[in-house]
Design a protein around this ligand. Structure first.
Ligand code: IPM
Ligand code: MN
Length: 335
């Protein structure tokens, strides 16, 4: 057996620690050994001593094989502080340029399951925080918020999506953007997409405007196999993807550095849900599926498949009952 994988665990705020506990329980049942180190980060930590994510802590994180995160954010901290200072800082500084979010399930009003993956660019777009404010609080206030799209950043994201599509059975990739309005960024994305497509003649391609894609997610999700899109469109579309695929409680996410120059980070799509903390109502499946992706990325494909299989027809019950039942399915299958 290979050495234990070194995993930094950031339970975070609200239901984060609850769902991460269940994910680790399930991984343990698979027989894969993890050497975990807990990092106390998030809104609660920030309120206690002001640390969000220091450069020293970030350097420590760089030494791990992966990061497993529950959820961060608390209503007591103004919007953006923890998101930008912790989550986005990790995405940017660790160069986690791919955000991969798979969706499978039966959408409301449909009878057959769909199965598609959204590849969201994770280090550029409006998320870089370009812009500023002038004359704040006056009637003459000016606020600008730019979107940064680089040839390099778009190319590596689009190429990753083509590589993924080429490995899947349907071999179909859709670019989602808003090229009819965002003509500068949209043109860069479309040209890059067309150029990279030439290296993947086996992959069929399509283009949808993001507003039309919202309709198709609901009315015809079966048309999709792999979708590639920019950071903000991907953020919005993947919440909708969750809503048509069994809910946000089962939506998993992987923030990947495919070059492996540092750890990748795995987290459920959902937030810290402070309203249900401690009630046992949090669904741990999204965290368990995120851990499955982590195992796959760490080279434990068999165990990852075991976790995914065990999440099909997940049992109902409290957070820990669901985790325990899935863990026992995993343990049984791993024997
Ligand atoms: C997500 C979240 C984050 C995002 C927030 C919390 C910054 O919504 O992971 O989808 O917008 O990327
Ligand atoms: Mn989001």
């Amino acid at each position: 057996m290979s050495r234990a994988h070194r995993v930094a665990v950031i339970g975070g705020d609200g239901i984060g620690p609850e769902v991460v506990t269940e994910a680790l329980k399930v991984v343990a049942a698979s027989g894969v050994s993890l050497d975990t180190t807990d990092f106390d980060l998030g809104g609660a930590r920030y309120l206690r001593d002001g640390e969000i994510l220091s450069d020293a802590t970030l350097d420590q994180l760089r030494g791990f094989d992966a990061i497993l995160l529950g959820a961060v954010g608390t209503p007591d901290v103004p919007p953006g502080v923890i998101e930008r200072g912790l989550l986005l800082k990790m995405r940017f500084e660790l160069d986690l340029y791919i955000n991969q979010r798979p969706f499978s399930g039966v959408a409301p009003g449909h009878s057959t399951p769909h199965d598609f993956v959204v590849i969201r660019e994770n280090t550029e777009g409006p998320y870089v925080g370009e812009g500023g404010v002038l004359r704040k609080g006056t009637p003459f206030e000016v606020a600008t918020q730019g979107s940064v799209n680089t040839a390099h950043g778009v190319e590596r994201c689009v190429r990753y999506a083509f590589e993924l599509a080429a490995k899947r059975s349907r071999k179909h990739l859709t670019l989602v953007h808003k090229t009819n309005v965002l003509t500068f960024a949209g043109d860069l994305w479309q040209r890059t997409f067309n150029t990279v497509a030439k290296d993947f003649p086996q992959v069929a391609t399509a283009y949808n405007h993001v507003d039309a894609a919202c309709i198709y997610f609901v009315q015809d999700p079966h048309r999709y196999d792999v979708i590639v899109t920019d950071n903000l469109f991907g953020d919005i579309l993947t919440d909708l993807g969750g809503a048509v695929s069994g809910g946000i409680g089962v939506a998993s996410s992987a923030n990947l550095n495919p070059r492996r120059t540092g750890p990748s980070m795995f987290e459920p799509v959902h937030g810290s849900a402070p309203d249900i903390v401690g009630t046992g109502k949090a669904n741990p499946v999204a965290a368990i599926l995120s851990a499955a992706h982590m195992l796959e990325f760490l080279g434990e494909a068999r165990a990852a498949e075991g976790l995914r299989t065990a999440c099909v027809d997940a049992p109902s019950g409290s957070t820990s009952q669901v985790g325990t039942e899935i863990a026992s399915r995993v343990a049984k299958a791993a024997k």
